[in-house]
Design a protein around this ligand. Structure first.
Ligand SMILES: [Zn+2]
Length: 129
């Protein structure tokens, strides 16, 4: 009689892979540092919008219409300009709010002058003080 105890099965070999330390990019969570840094370049094109060829003044101007190329005396329309609104606001702040703030809107010097072609009715430009 042999007392041969059946050998216990060997414990399953558990292989635990060594934990590799996370790389810098993984730890930070950003882009890998191998990618080149490309700064965005924004080129701002400077555009000057030329509305009229002929300098226009405060009154009707004799000129060549850029739209219909006719020789015209421009029609003028006067509207209160920014100065009129600002000075009107200032007057209102200083207490003269009983209609006095409307005075700058009646002063010719404070008006924006819009020029139109009487021939083709196209907008020619604006003259501001
Ligand atoms: Zn015209």
């Amino acid at each position: 009689m042999s007392k041969e105890t059946p050998s216990a099965p060997p414990p399953p070999y558990q292989y635990v892979p060594p934990q590799a330390p996370p790389s810098y990019a993984q730890a930070v969570g950003g882009v890998p540092p191998s990618s080149p840094f490309t700064p965005q370049q924004r080129v701002l094109a400077v555009q000057q919008v030329v509305t009229t060829v002929v300098p226009i003044g405060h009154n009707s101007t004799h000129m060549i219409c850029p739209s219909c190329h006719a020789e015209i005396n421009s029609d003028v329309k006067k509207t209160p300009g920014l100065i009129a609104y600002v000075s009107g606001l200032l007057i209102a702040l200083f207490g003269c709010w009983l209609g006095c703030c409307l005075i700058p809107c009646c002063i010719d010097e404070c008006m924006d002058v819009h020029h139109y072609c009487p021939n083709c009715k196209s907008y020619l430009g604006r003259h501001t003080k």
